[in-house]
Every structure is written in structure tokens, then in C-alpha cells.
Design a protein around this ligand. Sequence first.
Ligand code: UD1
Ligand code: CA
Length: 466
Amino acid sequence: MSVGAVVLAAGQGTRMRSSTPKVLHPLAGRSMLGWVLAALGDLSLDRAVVVVGHGAEDVEATLPDGVSAAVQHEQRGTGHAAAVGLRALDGACDTVLILCGDTPLLTAEAVQGLLDAQRADGAAATVATAHLDDAGAYGRVVRSGDGRVERIVEARDATPEELALTEFNAGLYAADAAGLLDALSGVGSSNAQGEFYLPDALPLLDGPVGAMTLDDPTEVLGVNTRVELAACEAVLRGRLREELMLGGVSMPDPERVYVDVDARVGPDTVLWPGVHLRGDTQVGDNCEIGPDVVLTDSTVGSGSRVVAAHIDDSEVGEGCEVGPYARLRPGCRLRDGSKAGTYVEMKKADVGEGAKVPHLSYVGDVDIGPGSNIGAGNITANYDGFQKHRTVIGARVKTGSDCVFVAPVTVGDDTMTGAGSIITDDVPDGALAIARARQKNIEGFTERAAAKAREAMEQSQGGTTK
Ligand code: UD1
Ligand code: CA
């Protein structure tokens, strides 16, 4: 038996009130449609087609290899969309799975369960259902006397008695592909929305329709509004956190930790509240991350400590210290045992092993050699108003407080710079560079100045009384 999947994703998602196609809204670092396709990816399907329409090009651009798009030019309802998808499958599969692109909580197990039920039952179609005391806007499942699915009625078209039914259509179906395409051709559009409804094809099938009822309605929650988007994202984030905790990651207050689907974290690492691991981020073992850290597309090596920091597209080695209040902009590499401390901003900085930038500095477009220590308040002046230039600081360098390095400039190994120096020329290995005005002491200045002021005051007072 060959199995194909059709994912319906052409709708605009009017209720999202967004210029982004509904199925491209992200949840925990992956689009709504991406979650549905990921659940399918875990099954071995012969073909997968996504029916696109609104924002077709944008949606198509996100499809993984092996998944093709079929365009539904006009959104005339789920039944019409399913027919577009089935035609694209072009008779290649005997059994078809129809899914909605707006049910991101769906698991591979649920889809597999539906396929198994369809096989075991020999039904013309099987629909996934679940129960909710108030099934809201979902289509209600009307069963016949023998327990088969007689029909599905949309909430907008339902009678009060039908609305009171708790069993709803999850929008996930398995069917005989040829039979379903046939039945769809008989579906009309005389309903509240004037659309061709996929569920209306079920009574037209040549054979009984079964149901697979899920214990947990959460799995098939559909997203139609941003309120539902947030609710689904919370569930997905909860699943991701649970997976990490079971893998040995500690979270003293898990609800306040936000981990994207592609993030990886090693065992015995602690994620404190306010931690966001975004995109392709990896954290090693035995780290302490947070409170209040945003890591985006970045790596943190084992045994490192990061507190109150924003790190973007950068690499932090093992045993490093970052923050509090540090910002690493793209292209930084902190080698093992190095430090970016309090109120430090870095950009394209390569910080050598064990080197430290502890306080109040901006270092950008810079190489800092191993074992060097950058004094408080140092700045690399990397921009001349036209171009960016690099500063190269050697190994075991100690710079004084409040130094400015006017790039391009090279500071040799084992050098020192005096506090307050503006370094514009290269410094040879082993030298001390001092670049500031010499101090001049003016002896007795204060007393002379005070005497002068007294004299002036006496004169002006004398002037007014006379
Ligand atoms: C649909 C079902 C409803 C079920 C619910 C489950 C119908 C008529 N109703 O309602 O019984 O309880 O799903 O979540 O099927 N789409 C297209 N082209 C179209 C119209 C829709 O591709 O012309 C896509 C949408 O992008 C969406 C999916 O089909 O991904 C479902 O459409 P939607 O309008 O959200 O249907 P619901 O009202 O949720
Ligand atoms: Ca929907």
C-alpha cells in the first residue's frame, strides 16, 4: 500500500489579522506548517504535497526537499483544496492522508494511529476526532446508529442539538485516494460559507466511514487566531522543556525558559528564568545560563557561565564567563577560559584563551591574544567614518584603563599601555606605550585663586555701599 499526504495550507487565515500567511507563523522556532511536516517526516510516506494559495511563493520557499507544492488559485474551501492536492498526487498513492497546515501540535504517533485504524477497518475513510465539552467552531461529528460516522456538520451550519455534540472533527483524515477524489466531485457549496467542504465528501464515499478518537484533544488544536497560536506555542515549548529536563538539564522555574526546537543543551546545565535559546543554538554540559540571557544561533562550550547577556551568531568556548550585562554581536569567538564581563560589547572579536575583557569596554573587529587583559573602559575605534579596520592585540598584553586603539593598529606580545592612552601607532613586542599629555602641577594655585576672588568681591561690595 503506497501512502501519500496532502497538507491543506492555502487559506489566508483572516482571523490572524496578519500580512504573513497563517501557516508561516512561527512557534518555538519553527513555522506552523513546519511542525505538521515534521510530524509527517517521522513516517515513511511515498509522497507529500502541500496545497498553497495565499502567499504561495513564500510558503513554497519553506518546503523541505521531497515535499512538493500544488497551487489552489482561489480558496473555495477545504474540499476544493483536497481535490487540488489529490490531483497533484496523480494516482501515485492508494491511500491518502489529508491534514491541515494549521494544527501544529499533531504528533507522528497520532497520524500513524489514524493510518493503522484505516488499514485495520477497511473503511473508505477514517476521520480523527476528539471530545471537548464545548467544541466551539469545530465541525461536529454525527454518528449513525451503528457507530459509524454519518456526516460532519460545520458549527455555523449546525442545529442547537448538533452544536451540543462534544465529538469534533480534528481535520485529519485517511482515505482511499481514488474514492475520495471521486466523492469530492459530488460536493456542493450551499452552506453558510458558500464553500466546498471536505467533510461533505464523507457521506458520498463508496463504503463506511470510521473514526479514530484521540484521548487528548490538545494534539489536534487548530490555530485560527493569535490567541490559539500562543496557546499552541505554550504546549510546544512545554514539550521541548520536558525533553531537555529528562535529558539532564535543570530548570528551577521552567515556565520562564524559552527553548526553540533546534536548540541543544548538555546535561547538568542549569537554565535560570529569562533564558531564551533561539535558532540553531547549542549549550554544552555543566553550564550556568541566566538569569536573563538571549542566545541566538550561538554556541556555548561546557562549564561556561553566562548571566544577563545577549549573544548573537557567536561562539563561546569552554569555561568562559560572560556578563552580567554583556552583548556579543555577530562574529565573536571567545576561546576557552576567556571572559567578556560587565557592560562589555563585542563584535567580530576573537578573544584568545584565558584573555579577559572584564569591564565597560567596546571591542570590535579585534584579535586579542591568549592571556591578555584589557583594562576597564577600553575602546577599539574601528571605524574612520568610511571603513572598518582591525585592531590586533598580542599575547599576554595588559592595557591600562580607558585606552583607545585607533585601528588599524597592532599591539605586540607582552606589551603594556598606560591608562588613558590613545594608541595610534603599532607597539613593538615587550614595550610600554604611553600616549597622553604629560601632567603639569601648578603649585599654590588654589590659595592664589581664592585670594583673587576675595579681592574682587570686596571691591564690588564697596562699590554698592558708597
Ligand atoms: C476545518 C473543518 C472542521 C474541523 C476543523 C479542524 C472544513 C469545512 N471544516 O474547519 O470540520 O473541525 O477544520 O481544525 O473542512 N484551506 C485551503 N483552501 C481553502 C480553504 C482552507 O487550503 O480553500 C486550508 C486552510 O489553510 C487550513 C485548512 O485548510 O490550513 C483548514 O481550513 P480552515 O478554514 O481553518 O477550516 P476550519 O474552519 O478550521
Ligand atoms: Ca482551522
